[in-house]
Unconditional design. Structure first.
Length: 324
């Protein structure tokens, strides 16, 4: 069971309202509810503070977060987009009715709920100002309080603001892009680590900096995207390259095109051309490279070889060890 509480608050009764948080929450909900291809993923609950008639009170926000982390789920995920506040006592998530910063839901309390949760994996994603303080107790600058199975991903450091552009949060735009597949590995899995890597690479040193804190033995997949290559084809990598450093020998029978052949060259062989098509897909994914030839076509026509890259060797080991 995978559950998610998605919160977006634009309306604030006693402070400046925001504009993109509710839209961001709807985007996150839409992408988390189903895997690529339509299979059910997270069971999502949405809290949206759009205006006076539909607001999110502090009590409701706190109670819903507490309820989320009471469930014995495989993954319990909290996403919050809205105002954040920081002071000497720690960080806070502000609700629609918060009159001052310390009237929000304390991040220390949120971490306590998550740390005590029976869920196997707890994930907290915060698109709010100063959210990077999450997981760091007051007066303990170098101490992170995360129990096993807990991951925190935030839009900015504790000293930074989280910005909006074109009616959406900069952080959440990158988050949704990563969940839509830009952070997927070759098998289509999108993990908290790959999401952070995508966001981190997309933001410059002078922009808001995302923060990633985790205490896990292995990453879980947040969403399945369409794999870059058919899994049954990827599994053949160990067949073609049975050991590290192996060179796969090519010849003109692997190239399906008759054009460009010198007189006396052997014709294409149907089985070899099918293998060559897979090897070319490996090449496009940087899993292998031709040896002493500029392109795979040259390697075949000149009877040369191809070999795995470091990435290809990584996937060869995964297949060899039945990890794929």
């Amino acid at each position: 069971m995978r559950i998610a509480l998605i919160v977006g608050i634009n309306h604030y009764e006693h402070g400046d309202s925001l504009h993109g948080c509710v839209n961001d929450a709807h985007e996150v909900k839409a992408v988390l509810e189903r895997h690529d291809g339509g299979a059910v993923n997270f069971d999502c609950r949405l809290l949206a503070g759009t205006g006076p008639a539909e607001s999110v009170s502090r009590g409701t926000l706190r109670d819903q977060i507490e309820q989320l982390f009471k469930v014995d789920a495989d993954i319990a995920l909290l996403y919050f987009a809205g105002h954040g506040h920081i002071e000497a006592t720690g960080g806070y998530l502000l609700a629609s009715d918060s009159r001052r910063g310390d009237e929000g839901v304390s991040l220390s309390e949120v971490l306590t709920f998550a740390n005590n949760s029976p869920a196997k994996n707890k994930i907290i994603i915060l698109d709010s100002c100063h959210s990077g303080i999450a997981g760091t107790p007051p007066n303990a600058e170098q101490l992170a309080s995360l129990t096993e199975g807990l991951t925190v991903l935030t839009a900015s450091t504790k000293d930074q603001y989280a910005t909006e552009e074109n009616g959406r949060g900069v952080f959440t735009t990158l988050l949704v892009d990563s969940l839509n597949g830009s952070a997927a590995n070759l098998t289509g899995d999108i993990t908290p680590g790959s999401v952070y890597a995508h966001i981190d690479q997309s933001l410059g040193a002078w922009e808001q900096r995302p923060v990633f804190k985790t205490n896990v033995k292995q990453f879980v997949s947040l969403r399945k995207s369409a794999p870059s290559i058919a899994i049954d084809e990827l599994r053949r990598i160990n067949e073609f390259f049975p050991r590290p450093g192996y060179f796969f020998k090519l010849d003109p029978t692997f190239e399906p095109e008759a054009k460009g052949r010198d007189e006396g060259m052997p014709p294409p062989d149907p089985e070899n051309t099918r293998i060559f098509a897979i090897l070319q897909r490996f090449n496009r994914l940087n899993l292998l490279v031709p040896v002493d030839a500029p392109h795979m076509w040259n390697a075949a026509m000149e009877s040369k070889s191809c070999r795995l890259t470091a990435l290809g060797e990584h996937y060869r080991r995964l297949v060899q060890n039945n990890r794929i």
